[in-house]
Design a binder for this molecule. Structure first.
Ligand code: NOJ
Length: 558
């Protein structure tokens, strides 16, 4: 089995299961839930960071790359977790946050105390002549990207929160330190690595202002040197162990660069996350706005990435949800009457595409955004900053709240809903983030009903059984259809037609003649459909995948 056959599950450890009832999820909680994870038949789990951290950005501000945050567990817990998962043939992927460290990391602390060696670990620059920060760059969490470096006249760069200081990747010592971190975890049996915002590591020596109207991100994103860094990292760490799976989180990347990041001949990464398809509900590219998603744009982006990456032998990570995104059902489906159907449809889209599917915890039971009523229910620094930014822009409190409610990352960070008991069965203590809709949506109920969870199980099985799903090519299909995202997968004498109705209404699909008259088999349907016809009326949020085989011979299954 190689990476193409695998499905990866993502766990946000703070919110998965709280074994010691302090309101925060922990590693022992995850150990207790291994039987549940095994039932889904996933192959690898990506864990969001659980390293020592002041938690200003929920663990993406790391103070020690080699130790576990005591609130989440111990190294022994981690070793037990890896061993127990292995018994179920589930591998572990860790999150390497290498663009920045917490300002509480000993490197930054030593830099502050005057160590020249450690000052060169960070991006520290003189103020402009008038005392302003070195450039006009803005932080991704709002405000300037520079903060005063102690009592000096200098500033350090932080593309994220001011407690997350950007590392100086131009310094080979920094790179080597980071590669040793990977090797440390590989020795503990870790088989996968996700690299946080890895394509913003390539900053120039001389940093310049963004021009009026230019976004500062283009001055440091996807620089050619990132390819050199990744090749070196591959050579010095994970590339030494065959079968290690790596995924780069790529901010504002291009297909062309993503081919270079992932084409196996380049020896960089296994696959990349890109986010273009998750910006189709941004007004004028601006996240903190509220607007309906642009379906035709979504189709076009998915299709461009599928065709483009296939052509260049690159590899996509496939996903709708993660800890930074509101729940996909709220954005692209229907959280009300058609929650189950739209959850299944969205899952069909992702799981049958060319690439590696990721399931974000709770997705497999159709979790939706929490129904918070007041701003203080949100925890995330990005959400609270955005709220204030919107008020400053002149929006009313309720308008600003409405936007945050739709876009906050906390929407997906709420505790996993295990049952309809108090605190969603996640803890006996009030959780760090409030779960809201767990009476209707929870694991116990989902397993009993079987609808969404079983559908995910089935999709995972299809990838394992049909080479056309795991290894097949990709062809565009019905690109002009206003309601349906359809595509064709290809393998030897087979074609797999996948049709997904994204709307709450019936819609007609006419299948072109070239696909008729072949032997056909419905592989999955969320509507009990048994046959594939020339004209089909797809019901609201209906999804169907049909395997067509030309002639008798040909490889069917793996
Ligand atoms: C991307 C992570 O997914 C996000 O949660 C985090 O805030 C930023 N990178 C900064 O590390």
């Amino acid at each position: 089995m190689d990476f193409r056959d695998k499905v990866i599950y993502q766990i946000y450890p703070k919110s998965f299961y709280d074994s010691d009832n302090d309101g925060i999820g922990d590693l022992r909680g995850i150990i207790e839930k291994i039987p549940y994870l095994a039932k889904l038949n996933i192959d690898m789990i990506w864990f969001n960071p659980f390293f020592v951290s002041p938690q200003k950005d929920n663990g993406y501000d790391i103070a020690d790359y080699r130790a576990i945050d005591p609130r989440l567990g111990t190294m022994e817990d981690f070793e037990e977790l890896v061993a127990k998962l292995k018994e179920h043939r589930i591998e572990v992927m860790l999150d390497m946050v290498f663009n920045h460290t917490s300002t509480k990391h000993e490197w930054f602390q030593k830099a502050m105390k005057g160590s020249k060696k450690y000052q060169d670990y960070y991006i520290i620059r003189d103020a402009k002549a008038n005392g302003d920060p070195p450039t006009n760059w803005t932080s991704k969490f709002g405000g300037p990207a520079w903060e005063k470096f102690g009592n000096t006249d200098q500033y350090y760069l932080h593309l994220y929160d001011k407690s997350q200081a950007d590392l100086n990747w131009r310094n080979p010592e920094v790179r080597s330190e980071l590669y040793q971190v990977i090797n440390f975890w590989m020795e503990k049996g870790v088989k996968g690595f996700r690299f946080d915002v890895i394509n913003v590591t390539g900053k120039d020596e001389r940093l310049v202002d963004a021009k009026p109207g230019e976004e500062s991100k283009f001055l440091y994103t996807d620089k050619p040197v990132v390819h050199d860094y990744l090749k070196e990292m591959n050579r010095e760490s994970f590339g030494k162990a065959a079968g290690t799976i790596t995924v780069g989180e790529m901010s504002s990347t291009t297909i062309q660069n993503s081919i270079r990041y992932t084409n196996p001949d380049h020896h960089e990464l296994t696959m990349v996350f890109n986010f273009h398809h998750l910006k189709v509900d941004y007004q004028n590219g601006e996240k903190w706005t509220k607007t309906k998603f642009d379906f035709m744009k979504l189709k076009q982006i998915l299709d461009d990435w599928q065709s483009g990456m296939a052509k260049g032998n690159g590899w996509n990570a496939l996903f709708w949800n993660n800890h930074d995104q509101p729940r996909a059902i709220n954005r692209f489906g229907d959280p009300g009457e058609y929650r189950v159907k739209s959850a299944q449809m969205l899952a069909t889209v992702i799981h049958l595409l060319r690439g590696t599917p990721y399931i974000y915890m709770g997705e497999e039971i159709g979790m939706i955004d929490p129904d918070y009523q007041v701003i203080r229910e949100y925890d995330d620094i990005e959400a609270t900053n955005a709220y204030h930014m919107l008020l400053e822009k002149g929006l009313s409190e309720s308008e600003a709240f409405d936007i945050v409610h739709t876009k906050a990352r906390d929407n997906s960070r709420t505790p996993m809903q295990w049952s309809d008991k108090e605190h969603a069965g996640f803890s006996e203590h009030r959780p760090w983030l409030k779960p809201t809709n767990y009476k209707e949506i929870n694991v116990e109920k989902a397993l009993k009903e079987g609808s969404i969870f079983n559908y995910y199980q089935k999709l995972i099985q299809l990838r394992k059984h049909y080479r056309i799903v795991s290894h097949g090519g990709y062809e565009s299909f019905l690109m002009d259809h206003p309601d349906v995202f359809a595509y064709v997968r290809t393998y030897k004498n087979q074609k797999l037609l996948v049709l997904n109705n994204f709307f709450k209404k019936n819609t007609i699909v006419a299948i072109p003649d070239r696909y008729l008259g072949l032997s056909s088999q419905v592989l999955i349907s969320n509507d009990d459909r048994k046959t594939f016809e020339k004209q089909m009326i797809l019901r609201p949020y209906e999804a169907i995948a049909c395997l067509l085989t030309d002639g008798e011979s040909g490889e069917q299954n793996v």
